[in-house]
Write a protein that binds this ligand. Structure first.
Ligand code: COI
Length: 381
């Protein structure tokens, strides 16, 4: 049986309930809440990450005071000096989470302690001060409670949460900054891909890598996503939805999609995913899927997967399905894999759909939460 990762062990440590944590981020007065008409407009057409709520959580770090000024304040533009360090050297980290409305109206989130542990892993790599996990979870609780009317209930929808930290010191020398801002913003969202659960087409990029050995590929920082954008632009010009990146050391093994991890379902029923080799983000959805599959007796192997073995497996029928996963994308079937010298249709199958159904049923409270992943933010109001 697979050993839990450090992040999984940290995430499993108990944390206080929402009522106990609530109030750490004091809700500030808001004199311009969005109108009922604006709310109805947003909810009538939920896409991904386009519309935002009334509030945002915010705290500041200085060496003298640590994290302080913890508030939930009206959502709005930030004031940042043009010399703000993040604008020059990219010292920032972020997370992706979701709040779900259950059928009884209560609001829940999924594995928040995993995100708390991971943002601190990212912060350590970027020389950013850590955030107490209680403060991290409290910021989610206080923000979502203030923004409760923005948590949608339709199937496939959620309130997407984006915690992030950035260097706000005004200074152009290259060193870790002496001032940081932590924020959480929230966006009522539908499916990440505009075609919902339709299979996505992947371009395998052989020229560019999102991360390399000793780099930052295993933490969540904007730079990794920035490096994925040019390959993505080029791939979309030829009709592809996403890029599959190969490992930078050998340019032969599959790593991840940049914003999503990848799984390969074999015809014998086993499942493979690239091993966490230091260049791959340890996705919370990835971790959950591995645990769900193993709990059903499906053999899951985290291993180095060569692109050639995938191409050969698709040709021979040994590879039965492939899917991508992430908080935003949930579980998304892959329908085509191509590069300069191959173009293969990827079969669709039941494992992808079954794992999507099981994961989302747990998140929505329709299936027993066997792993204790759900965290209650608020009762129905
Ligand atoms: C998420 O899945 O939440 C991410 O942060 C990745 C991004 C593609 C939205």
């Amino acid at each position: 049986m697979r050993q839990p990762t450090d992040l999984e062990n940290l995430a499993a440590q108990p944390i206080a309930g929402a009522d106990e944590l609530a109030g750490a981020f004091a809700v500030q007065p808001h004199d311009a809440l969005k109108s009922a008409d604006e709310h109805a407009r947003v909810f009538s057409n939920l896409s991904f990450g386009v519309d935002f709520t009334d509030y945002m959580a915010h705290a500041t770090w200085t060496a003298e005071r640590g994290w302080h000024n913890k508030v939930v304040e009206p959502y709005g533009p930030l004031t940042l000096d043009p010399a703000g360090a993040v604008l020059h050297y990219g010292q920032e980290t972020f997370e992706g989470m979701k709040a779900y409305r259950h059928d009884d109206g209560s609001i829940w989130t999924f594995r928040p302690t995993y995100n708390a542990a991971r943002i601190n892993m990212s912060n350590r790599r970027l020389a950013i001060p850590e955030i107490a996990r209680e403060d991290f979870v409290a910021s989610i609780v206080d923000l979502v409670r203030a923004d409760a009317r923005w948590v949608p209930s339709e199937p496939g929808t959620s309130l997407y949460l984006r915690p992030f930290v950035f260097a706000s010191e005004s200074f152009l020398g290259v060193r870790a900054a002496s001032r940081y801002e932590y924020l959480v913003i929230a966006s009522p969202s539908g499916a990440y891909f505009k075609n919902g659960l339709q299979p996505i087409d992947l371009w395998v990029d052989r020229q560019y890598h999102r991360a390399g050995p000793g780099g930052m590929g295993d933490v969540k920082t904007g730079g990794n996503y920035a490096s994925s954008l040019l390959p993505k632009v080029r791939a979309s010009q030829t009709g592809f939805d996403e890029v599959l990146f190969l490992d930078a050391a050998t340019n032969t093994n599959i790593d991840e999609l940049g914003g999503m991890n990848i799984f390969v379902v074999m015809a014998d029923g086993s499942v493979k995913t690239p091993v966490l080799n230091g260049n791959i983000l340890p996705g919370g959805t990835r971790s959950s899927i591995i645990q769900l599959l193993e709990s059903h007796g499906t053999p899951v192997s985290e291993e180095t997967i060569s692109l050639q073995s995938v191409i050969d497996g698709l040709a021979s029928g040994e590879v039965a399905e492939m899917f991508a996963c992430g908080t935003a994308a949930v579980v998304t079937p892959i329908g085509r894999l191509a590069s300069d010298d191959f173009d293969i249709e990827v079969p669709l199958g039941d494992v992808t759909h079954a794992i999507y159904d099981e994961l989302t049923a747990i998140q929505l409270g329709h299936l027993e939460d066997r792993f204790g992943w759900l965290y209650k933010i608020a009762d129905a109001s």
